[in-house]
Design a protein around this ligand. Structure first.
Ligand code: FAD
Length: 308
């Protein structure tokens, strides 16, 4: 029986494991794999304290830091996908896809999220070759370029606003004629002469050579096909939180994100906390995931002392 089980080995889960082991809580960290979403990034420029680091090295460092604390207070269980959490007599029972069961007094869910992918011909082929899912990470690489943003919600407009700071032009392409983003945000951007929108567009394909260089869409009103030239295509069509396995034990919001108290990271179920991209917290970044997880561990530690 553990005092705490941490699910996920991204920035949030890794930070939690380090803090928990240092507080000498009997802890296990269980994860499909270490590293988190930015493992695929060529270079990360905003990991505080390190001006430049590859996603692969950041992930390796997170794992190394967790392994440093492996011992009497920390078990590391890698390669396990968790499929359910239930509760029996104040003990959480965590089941994995391989059929194993783990018991704990408390749980921290840090299973992050996956980006909703663009479904168009060649979209997977050019991922990280001009097609990107993170404007704040990759935007500065496209200084002076004409870029495209796909989406119609706040994330698409906020990414466009960031890109307008250094790109020559930003064209936002949306599948319907109504934007989901706040009107005030939309109107502010529409005032910018470098920004334009294309609505009622169905993205058909992207093309290129080594890197992407064009996107073809169909105008749903006229059925005509149009091709736009661009080397930078930013996809902001939503995120899918990795939370399906907890939907019966705690409350999720309308986007399937775990509802947490931002003061403590506590979920709606006593004994379960959550941190990072799987929560309904605003803004998702490596540094935020780490900070959320540390906050959660401080609260979990107090809860465990009170409930001994
Ligand atoms: C391409 C890309 C580039 C990015 N670049 C930057 C950047 O430059 N700077 C920045 O600050 N942010 C960046 N981000 C955002 C950043 O990566 C996320 O905010 C951060 O990874 C969130 O951390 P997390 O620990 O909450 O979740 P994640 O990183 O998503 O980690 C979740 C972990 O949980 C594990 N897991 C998931 N489901 C299960 C399960 N059922 N059972 C067991 N384990 C499970 C996964 O294997 C993974 O280890 C980028 C994101 C992307 C997609």
């Amino acid at each position: 029986m553990y005092e705490l089980i941490i699910l996920g080995g991204g920035p949030a889960g890794s930070a939690a494991a380090v803090y928990s082991a240092r507080k000498q809580l009997k802890t296990a960290i269980i994860t499909s794999e270490f590293g988190g979403q930015s493992i695929v990034s060529e270079l990360i420029y905003n990991w505080i304290g390190t001006p430049e680091i590859s996603g692969a090295n950041l992930s390796a460092n997170l794992k190394k830091h967790v392994e440093y604390y492996k011992g009497p207070f920390l078990d590391i269980i890698e390669g396990e996908k968790i499929i359910s959490i239930t509760k029996n007599n104040n003990v959480f029972i965590i089941k994995s896809e391989s059929g194993k069961e783990y018991n704990s007094k408390t749980v921290l869910i840090a299973t992050g999220s996956s980006r909703r992918k663009l479904e168009a011909i060649n979209a997977d082929k050019y991922e990280h070759k001009g097609i990107t899912y993170c404007a704040s990470c990759d935007g500065p690489l496209f200084g002076g370029a004409d870029v495209l943003v796909i989406g119609g919600g706040n994330a698409a407009f906020e990414s466009s606003a960031q890109l307008l700071a250094y790109c020559k032009s930003v064209t936002l392409i949306h599948r319907s004629d109504k934007f989901r983003a706040d009107e005030i945000t939309v109107n502010k951007l529409l005032e910018n002469p470098k920004f334009k929108t294309i609505t009622n567009a169905e993205i058909l394909r992207v093309d290129g050579e080594q890197f992407v260089n064009s996107l073809t869409y169909k105008d749903k009103n006229t059925e005509e096909e149009h091709t736009l030239n661009s080397n930078g295509i930013f996809i902001e069509i939503g995120q899918i939180p990795n939370t399906s396995f907890v939907k019966d034990i705690l409350k999720l919001d309308e986007n399937n994100k775990i509802i947490v108290d931002p003061m403590t990271q506590a979920s709606t179920t006593e004994g379960i906390w959550s941190a990072g991209d799987c929560t309904n917290g605003h803004y998702h970044q490596n540094n935020i995931a780490v900070g959320d997880a540390v906050k959660a561990i401080e609260d979990i530690y107090i809860w465990i002392q009170r409930n001994k």
